[in-house]
Design a protein around this ligand. Structure first.
Ligand code: SAH
Length: 488
């Protein structure tokens, strides 16, 4: 709650500058910074600077600004819509401010709040949409931090969407006032037109907006299959973050940490569907049906999956079900576990002269008589990333060795890649079977096999083999529920 007396001493307004002159007095860095800010508008810039420094000169010619190349004189600011005193010289700034005031022109003096009629905001520019952040000169660093946060939340194409909205305003005025018109606009900004603009398809956006004008049925929903990355919150993409903040419902797997789900819109419905120890989890058919139901109810849904949604995420089945049901969806990639594990190990997945291909596999297809293709690739030198490989570690190692891969081939294992509690292990293919018996690994585990692994950094890893024997006899609890996390 803000205190009752918390009143703004500066009231934010947007000043029309189109076709107006804006004067900036100063020949150095401060003048350049203001000129750059003002150049985001269509004001015509008049820069009063004798002995302008090289960078400012370059900017003036690039921006097509008017350059008054003589010592300051009050006549030079006449007729301007606003004036910036940015000379860096206190006496001169004061003179400029006094002249401006006498001429009735609002003035801003850089870093001298006592001389200012107005303050310039930190600006998020999605023209014609602008978000101006002001702290009344108290905290420029705070203003910049807020700017970055707000900038991240907003789609880069927001300006285009707003421009399209402006072109539909007259048509929307003809809709019955109240609910019907409100729904047009909320569907416009959250539904098909917005999605089409985001995809860069302007004609389709226009068409979708026309459809909304004539159709009286509620908007259909939209499902985003979103990769949450390997677990660290800041490995989420900006797009994933934005969709989470716009979502009506978040349908997430167990492997996605609570902290990431919590980044979603506060009043979004949260629907866990994945395996978690001791909890009922939904079947794939039930998940498909849930997504279709939410889509039909007109919800904006984020289907949040760990890593990348298209890597062992059963996204194929969900997309097929959505297509068949005629529900719009999109896919947002994420950092897959193999990449996070490689980064944690500083492990080059491709290595010049050593390996130029890589395989993403589960190792769960090694049971049959014939060796799957990926095993042949491993033998010919590909780097192999094994997902969900903990429980089949012995099988994977045994079959690869049997097929001709050297038992000395390097192996790296990462539990909880990207997270603070990550653990790294290194060893050889011969050591790999020991993974299965390890009761101390309760998080998701990524195994990487191949000669490129030798290029990793082993300073922070433990040997895989060392604890082979110690571990037997540990409590068995952790191996319940498949221990390696969701087996999607
Ligand atoms: N779509 C996910 C994979 C889901 S399958 C992705 O692209 O990463 C689940 C398997 O992914 C786990 O069994 C484990 O092998 C791996 N995995 C997921 N997150 C992991 C993490 N943080 N560290 C190590 N392995 C992880």
């Amino acid at each position: 709650m803000s205190p009752a007396n918390a009143k703004l001493n500066a009231f934010p307004v947007f000043v029309r500058v189109d076709g107006e002159a804006v004067a900036i007095v100063g020949n150095g860095e401060e003048a350049l910074a203001k000129a750059r800010l003002l150049a985001q508008s269509s004001a015509s810039l008049r820069i009063i600077a004798d002995n302008a420094d090289a960078e400012l000169l370059a900017f003036i010619s690039l921006a097509g600004a008017v350059h008054v190349d003589t010592a300051y004189d009050a006549a030079q600011i006449e007729g301007a819509a606003m004036v910036f005193a940015a000379s860096g010289d206190e006496a001169l700034d004061r003179r400029v401010a006094e002249d401006a005031r006498r001429l009735g022109i609002p003035v801003n003096a850089v870093d001298r709040p006592e001389l200012c009629d107005f303050f310039t905001p930190a600006l998020v520019n999605r023209a014609p949409v602008a978000i101006a952040i002001g702290t009344e000169g108290a905290g420029p660093v705070l203003a910049q931090m807020l700017r970055v946060r707000i900038d991240r939340m907003l789609s880069p194409s927001l300006g285009r969407l707003a421009a399209l909205a402006a072109s539909f305003r007259a048509a929307a005025e003809r809709l019955p006032k109240g609910n019907r018109r409100r729904r047009f606009w909320s569907d416009f900004f959250a539904g098909a037109p917005a999605k089409a603009i985001e995809a860069g398809e302007f004609d389709r956006a226009h068409g979708a907006a026309l459809d909304l004008l004539v159709s009286n049925t509620p908007a259909s929903g939209h499902i985003a299959l979103v990769g949450a990355g390997p677990g660290a919150e800041d490995l989420l993409t900006l797009r994933a973050h934005r969709l989470l903040m716009e979502a009506d419902a978040i349908v997430h797997d167990a492997l996605v940490p609570e902290a990431i789900v919590a980044m979603g819109r506060r009043d979004a419905e949260r629907l866990p569907v994945g395996k978690r120890k001791g909890c009922h989890s939904k079947s794939q058919e039930e998940i498909n049906a849930l997504l279709i139901e939410l889509g039909r109810a007109g919800k904006r849904v984020v289907r949040l999956k760990s890593g990348d949604p298209l890597v062992f995420g059963r996204a194929g089945e969900e997309m097929a079900a959505l297509r068949e049901a005629g529900i719009a969806y999109e896919v947002v990639p994420g950092v897959t576990a193999a990449f996070a594990a490689a980064a944690d190990f500083e492990l080059p997945l491709t290595l010049r002269g050593v390996t130029s291909s890589m395989v993403f596999t589960t190792g769960h297809d090694l049971k049959g008589n014939s060796l799957p293709d990926w095993a042949k690739l491993a033998i010919s030198g590909a780097t192999v990333a094994v997902y969900m490989g903990r429980s089949v570690a012995a099988e994977v190692a045994g079959r690869l060795i049997e097929a001709g891969l050297s038992p000395d081939t390097a192996v790296a294992v990462v539990e909880n890649a990207s997270l603070n509690n990550r653990r790294r292990f290194h060893g050889t293919l011969a050591d790999l079977p020991s993974l299965e018996a390890r009761a101390d690994l309760t998080g998701p585990v990524m195994t990487i096999i191949g000669d490129a692994v030798a290029g990793a950094n082993f300073e922070r890893s433990e040997p895989l083999a060392a604890r082979r024997r110690e571990d037997t006899g540990h409590e068995e609890a952790a191996s319940v529920a498949g221990a390696e996390g969701a087996r999607e």
